[in-house]
Design a protein around this ligand. Structure first.
Ligand code: GRF
Length: 196
């Protein structure tokens, strides 16, 4: 292979999905080059450091994040952006510039339990409240609508009778998110290189 797609991962929190990308054997068409956080205390930054990946913190407020992030992506020749527990909505300019090159993982089966305000434990609380028996995770392209872009991969996970939001969150991560995100990342990197 002549070259690999250069990947940046955007994070805000603990970064278990980032860890899944770091540990995965699936990603052959891309390399993790940069981790960008909008939170200085995100544990994900420590995971990046431990893996020898450059970490950057950018301000969380206003349009400043998008502007600085675009500069950073360009100066690092980034091809693909993976949102892994990134709790900000990216603006139109950003999304247009990286059209079909930004993906996100959502901890439910889109179009259920998604959209504005549906993130983290809130998703699993809503799943349990509604009483659905199957949930899961979705990797999708990012556009301007929250969780609105084209779906790339999905995986279903059973909801068990005595699940709490925390046990369900953990099972969705273990059985779906941590497997799906590396697979989808490889797919998107491969397609990107083939189209070039
Ligand atoms: C995951 O559930 C992911 O699907 C969602 O935010 C959570 C992030 O967890 N977008 P982590 O930071 O990867 O541990």
């Amino acid at each position: 292979m002549l070259r690999k797609a250069r990947i940046a991962v955007f994070v805000s929190g603990s970064g278990t999905n980032l860890q899944a990308l770091i540990d995965s054997d699936e990603i052959k068409s891309g390399e993790l080059c940069l981790v960008v956080s909008n939170k200085a205390d995100a544990y994900a930054l420590k995971r990046a450091e431990a893996a020898g990946i450059r970490g950057e913190v950018l301000p969380s407020k206003g349009t400043e994040f998008d502007r600085r992030a675009l500069e950073l992506l360009e100066s690092n020749n980034i091809d693909i952006v993976v949102l892994a527990g990134f709790l900000r909505v990216l603006g139109k300019e950003f999304v247009d510039r990286y059209e079909n090159r930004v993906i996100n993982i959502h901890p439910a089966l889109i179009p259920s339990f998604c959209g504005k305000g549906m993130y983290g434990l809130k998703v699993h609380e809503a799943v349990l409240e509604r009483g659905v028996r199957i949930t899961g995770a979705t990797v999708h392209y990012v556009n301007e609508a929250a969780d609105g872009g084209e779906i790339i991969l999905q995986r279903a996970v059973e909801v068990l009778p005595d699940d709490t939001p925390l046990t369900l969150q953990r099972r969705v991560m273990e059985e779906a998110e941590w497997k799906l995100l590396p697979l989808a990342t490889e797919l998107v990197c491969k397609m990107y290189l083939e189209d070039k």
